[in-house]
Design a protein around this ligand. Sequence first.
Ligand SMILES: Cc1cc2nc3c(=O)[nH]c(=O)nc-3n(C[C@H](O)[C@H](O)[C@H](O)COP(=O)(O)OP(=O)(O)OC[C@H]3O[C@@H](n4cnc5c(N)ncnc54)[C@H](O)[C@@H]3O)c2cc1C
Length: 501
Amino acid sequence: MDSEHDQGRPGVPRRTFLRIAGVSAAGAVVAACGPDTPSVPAGSTAPAATTATTPATRLPTGPPNWDDLRTQLTGGLLRPGAAGYDTARHAFNPLFDSNNPVAIATASTVEDVQACVKAAAGRVTIAARSGGHSYAGYSVPEGGLVVDVAALNKIDVQGGKAVIGAGAKLRDVYAALGRAGRALPAGTCPTVGIAGLTLGGGIGVLARKYGLTCDHLSSAQVVAADGRTLTASASSEPDLFWALRGGGGGNFGIVTEFTFDTDPAPEEVTVFSLHFPAGSAAGLFAAWQQWITAMPPELWANLVLSGGSPVQCRVAGCYVGGAAGLNTLLNNLTTNAGARPSQRVVKSLDYLGAMKYFEGSSNRQSFIASSRIITTPVDAAKVVAVAEGRQGMDLLIDGLGGAVAGPAKDATAFWHRDALASVQVYAPATAKNRTKVTQAVGEVVAGLAAAGAGGGYVNYIDPALPDWKAAYYGDNAKRLVDVAKKYDPQNVFRFGQGVIS
Ligand SMILES: Cc1cc2nc3c(=O)[nH]c(=O)nc-3n(C[C@H](O)[C@H](O)[C@H](O)COP(=O)(O)OP(=O)(O)OC[C@H]3O[C@@H](n4cnc5c(N)ncnc54)[C@H](O)[C@@H]3O)c2cc1C
């Protein structure tokens, strides 16, 4: 066992290091109900969401009265030209720096959110912003109102529950949970918002053991399109509660607070990364797909194919348990693949230490990305061929299964319960080469589909994905549209890939 912590190389940013190490900087995977998580019984039929709770009254027209709204807000409102506007509009991805929202509201209370919705509904597009990591810049709509909920970031962990404000960032969520000795499966980037992550599912390095972030949601407080505040849970607004667990951020309303069921934090999490010599990608990926399917849920792993000539391949992940148990499982992979790692790092940490190990950089990143989902093993050689010669592009293949596969496909809005892995296609881009990179990512996505990987993950939302609604939501799409029409009959929260579109 090599206990040296492989923390990057000089000059290599942390996120890049994570990709090099085989860790999905934009995420990991997985899911399922944690032991305390209430869920809709497997196989239950989704009740139709037909009755509109909001009568479809005519919405006002004309521009909102911004001065009036400003006086109502405790947090402030910025219009173009105001000091601070230019930086306040920035999302995580600088490619969206050219988006010009008509106003940016800082919501520090539920009443602030209500005031924003009431003032702007029907007049301009309204988008909530939590962590600002939307891959499509949907939280910074051109000409729309940004309702920034970052100040709603209180985290209260008591017993088995964690009450988390919708603006909390993952870094703070993990720190608070770690202090309380509790765990919640979530993503890897420290500045991703709990809201966007949870609403789209929430894939992370403990997903095979504990499930998706949304699987631990027990209730949410939501400001609806008519400005009312609703509580969504198994017993209150159950349609909305169903939709909030995987239906994607930006739809249905603005969440102000989440309550999660947590698990006791594992005492030991052993992290690992294996680097393999050039030429081993296809054999390793073929073996990896069989291997991850057979692994216990305690083990999570991803495999990264880095485009180029030849395609490079790394495997990384973690194991809820000690190094001895992990090493046996890793040996299964390398033996079956007939590949010897050129570098092997194994390190035992506590829960918080492991979450920090996977933490990517909080620096802004300029990129184009998309995704596909692997349900049954794909032709590994075909996938590697798709990545051949594509320097700088990564295919981050995150193992799913385990607890993610627990709930039925229609038990929550998250459709990909039977997935073996998600594949994120990630390519750095600049404003100058954006069109070219978008085209290259699209070609790889098409190549993945041809190799047998369909579907897509809504949290890696891609405006260029041709079959996006079916890809994200499968047969759950129709019910999601019904729920959106019930809670937002006039499509106040519309956006490019909103479920009503
Ligand atoms: C560097 C990086 C790492 C990532 N790592 C992971 C990972 O490990 N696992 C994973 O599953 N995903 C990961 N993702 C994807 C991430 O989950 C999505 O991009 C997610 O939508 C980001 O949420 P956010 O709140 O930060 O973004 P935002 O841009 O603020 O929001 C995303 C969407 O949700 C809406 N929204 C925001 N707040 C609310 C709210 N309060 N109520 C209703 N709608 C809201 C927005 O309008 C927007 O449509 C990563 C992304 C990046 C850029």
